[in-house]
Design a protein. Structure first.
Lengths: 345, 345
């Protein structure tokens, strides 16, 4: 079958790899209907250090179950399924607590003998605990929206939950990538009254407005902090969603958060080198919460809302390519010519 | 009147200073019955940089109202009052939200024209919003216990609240100073089932056990982390209370906190120089919450429990001195010969 392999710095290629097979009795084989490229895939893509050998990549996909192991109980061949970006058992303490990303048996796609999501087929471990069926056909127009539940919409929701967003909340969203934009949609869904989106790209800001942003702040750095403060009473915003993971975005978050407020953060902190200065949060009782999003925990409720049309996160996809053109998709996201790229095997 | 003045590095002196007078119509003058030395008073005491001129110091006291300004409505001359370690208006958004430490009109004792708490009398600004009356006489044996509500007991409680401690919780308390010990008491009061106290001082550990610690870990550094992990299932403790504010104590906190857990922190981060490494909390969804404790918010409920005997934090005081001997009290705490020192004017 065909799949994307990461070779090194700005070097991904589509190649023929062995078809996956069932290994564990709890596995399922999924034929990928739709996959996509994640902002976090750009971290290895931009890393000057090459892997020892080309590695499978990708962790967001929807597809059709082709085979199930003998211990799989809740899935049947032919089911259309959504794969959260990590697999998890569904039975351990952490899974039961809704923190499937800390599952004691779980893990990432594209590691060891688990293939990446950017390919024609994926062996999904712990299929019962991992995959979520959706009552739709493989040509359903809502498939791109459902695909966002693999990661970006769930991650935006995680930022909102951890920022303490609820009805009437005043919120600032830092980051106009797919996660930040989904964060706007998540905040609106949770009842936020005022949603400031920090975005200096007009095309992305437009999606943000459509998703519910009430204000867009185009400034950057200190000017962004001043602009956000000026939009309120000068004391900052109680609910800040950090959806970037860079030093500058954290500086902004700390600059705009209100005393007693919360920063819900989901940006992989690969670009944060200085460490969080506790003295900036101690005096003002700022809470820092978040991390890698347990997409599996949020999938059922978000799925319901996608199916009934309450939310449609699919506008975050602004480029669709066949799987064979994945390298062009990576380049487009790397060069910020695309927000998020769909890949169709 | 007599009061403690901070002159410089390990140099505090008791001197005669002008009696305070009412300045604002919302002031009260309080004759101090009992004061004490805080671990945070040791930060300036140990600071090689001297203040430009000798400064009043101290922020924990109970006393008797001697005079009130014409706009004070809730206090009367003769009331026995407890002073939280910051003053606050009681009316602004932050005060109403229970975050009096961020009061827009509030501030610290020992700054500008507000005297320190280690003296015979204090002008208390915003008296209605700040002071809490207790229905006891000035010779009541519970006065030391009530004095802890000024700061250390309220601060230990803040750590517990921010660590998410509730009935049945498994908790680790880092720090066997007065705040850490009060944190143990607060965790037990909130219903914690298992309370690990990290303490390498047997006398302090004994107080911790009396306050409710179920286990004491005497190791330090990495050995402490391993010991805590070994006491459980190896995956750490969900509720960690950081009551020190040093690099080493934060390293321990990050090493023992369970995935999905919370670090409630109240140690003034004066000894944390590296900044919090977000990559250590991102993957495991660890929440960091806390800061300077709104003692005023917690005072009424804790006061009730002290008065009815539910809690008695007074064992944290292990040395009592007359105000004139405050320098000896500072030295005793600096040299760890005393946990917390009472000063009686």
């Amino acid at each position: 079958m065909r799949a994307v392999l990461h070779h090194g710095l700005r070097d991904v290629r589509v190649a023929t790899v062995p078809d996956p097979v069932l290994i564990e009795p709890t596995d399922a084989l999924v034929r990928v209907t739709l996959a996509c490229i994640c902002g976090s895939d750009l971290w290895p893509y931009r890393n000057p250090t090459s892997p020892d050998e080309p590695r499978r990549i990708g962790h967001e996909f929807v597809g059709v179950v082709e085979q199930v192991g003998p211990q799989v109980r809740t899935l049947a061949v032919g089911d259309l399924v959504i794969a959260p970006f990590m697999y998890s058992c569904g039975e351990c303490e952490f899974c039961l607590a809704g923190l499937q990303t800390s599952c004691v048996r779980g893990g990432f796609y594209g590691a060891e003998d688990v293939g990446g999501g950017q390919g024609e087929r994926v062996r999904v471990p712990l299929a019962d605990g991992t995959l979520v069926s959706a009552p739709v056909g493989q040509d359903d127009p809502r498939l791109p929206a459902l695909l966002t539940l693999s990661d970006v919409m769930a991650t935006g929701h995680h930022a909102a939950v951890n920022a303490g967003v609820g009805p009437g909340a005043h919120v600032a969203v830092i980051g106009d990538g797919a996660v930040g934009l989904c964060g706007v949609l998540a905040a609106r869904r949770l009842g936020a009254e005022r949603i400031l989106l920090l975005s200096s790209h007009e095309d992305r800001a437009a999606i943000g407005r459509a998703f519910g942003a009430t204000d867009v702040v185009a400034e950057r750095g200190d000017a962004a902090v001043q602009a956000v403060l000026a939009l309120g009473d000068g004391r900052g915003v109680p609910h800040v969603m950090e959806c970037v993971g860079m030093q500058g975005s954290w500086d902004t978050a700390l600059g705009i958060v209100r005393a007693g407020g919360s920063i819900g953060y989901v940006g992989v902190p690969n670009g944060v080198h200085e460490g969080l200065d506790l003295s900036r949060i101690f005096r003002r009782n700022v809470t820092i919460a978040g991390g890698v999003a347990p997409a599996r925990a949020y999938l059922p409720e978000l799925l319901t809302d996608v199916l009934d049309g309450t939310i449609d996160p699919s506008p975050v996809f602004d480029l669709e390519l066949p799987l064979e053109q994945a390298p062009q998709g990576y380049a487009a996201m790397d060069e910020r010519r695309a927000t998020k790229v769909l890949l169709r095997p």
